[in-house]
Design a protein around this ligand. Structure first.
Ligand code: AHM
Ligand code: MG
Length: 278
């Protein structure tokens, strides 16, 4: 019974009813996205379907699916997506404790047309303005990986747990209490081209190669970090690359904070530069 997401949230997460309920809506959204990825004919923006109707690109569709689910959960005060410039404030009657959700609807969407794994990332706070919030204030973080299988990994601060979507569209527990060890043999060097201008980064990468680390890098943060989490070891980096990305490309609110929370809850460590673009 504890093998399904609903019951795991209820009996193992330690999360209050409102948070559990909201995570269920997020999981529901990822099932729709899973379905859209499997059935869409790529959904490249500006293309039209058989009936001549314009199709939404997958990332825009994923964004709408998630925003709609957050809205109908009735538990979200405000939400912000990597796809939008402004936060959305929900004005429905909020009864229970409410939350603020920051999310990246389809991270790595440039990989969609080549059929590489992609994902959705969610960072959850008690409700309030996003400006001024720190990663340490998160009450939950989760992500979905859309690969050969669709999986969902969550933490509410009590362990990190992986579920796999089965053929009747239920998330079934595949790994409980995932842990990361102190040693590593994998490296995932994002933005490797920065090593050209950054001698310290070059030295680091050279050092990993000299030590015989194995390269595991797909160009999608979600599957790359998921690999580290599930193998229980590894290092992922994404250094700055001025002038294009003077603070690195990855966004603190949508990508770094939720993964830092998940990694730390699994016993790993995260380092985010003091200055980073939201
Ligand atoms: P996105 O949010 O626009 O998809 O960008 C984030 C992705 C990460 O998944 C990945 O780590 C990184 O971009 C790779 O960037 P690049 O190919 O520019 O090195
Ligand atoms: Mg992203």
């Amino acid at each position: 019974m504890l093998n399904f997401l609903d019951s795991h949230l209820r009996y193992k997460s330690g999360a209050p009813h409102s948070l559990r309920h909201m995570i269920r809506y997020i999981a529901r959204a990822t099932k729709f996205i899973h379905h859209a990825i499997k059935t869409s004919d790529l959904g490249l923006a500006g293309t039209s379907n058989l009936f001549g109707e314009e199709q939404l690109s997958l990332d825009v569709l994923a964004d709408r699916i998630i925003m709609d689910n957050l809205k109908v959960s009735g538990l979200v005060a405000n939400a912000i997506s990597e796809e939008s410039e402004e936060e959305t404030v929900f004005e429905h009657e909020l009864k229970d404790e409410t939350y603020s959700v920051a999310y990246d609807p389809l991270d790595g969407s440039s990989l969609v047309d080549t059929n590489l794994a992609i994902g959705s990332i969610f960072s959850i706070y008690k409700s309030g303005p996003f400006i001024g919030k720190t990663g340490r204030e998160q009450v939950a973080a989760l992500y979905a990986v859309y690969g050969p299988r669709t999986t969902l990994v969550y933490t509410t601060g009590k362990g990190v747990h992986e579920f796999t979507l089965n053929d009747v569209y239920e998330y079934s527990l595949t790994r409980e209490d995932i842990k990361i060890s102190d040693t590593s043999k994998y490296f995932a060097p994002g933005n490797l081209r920065a090593a050209q201008d950054n001698p310290k980064y070059k030295k680091l990468v050279d050092d990993w190669m000299l030590k015989g680390y194995t390269l595991r890098y797909s160009g999608g943060m979600v599957p790359d970090l998921n690999h580290i989490l599930l193998k229980g070891q590894g290092i992922f980096t994404y250094p700055p690359f001025p002038p294009k990305y003077p603070n690195g490309k990855l966004r603190l609110l949508f990508e770094c904070n939720p993964f830092a929370f998940l990694m730390e809850m699994a016993g790993g460590a995260s380092m985010i530069p003091a200055v980073s673009s939201p």
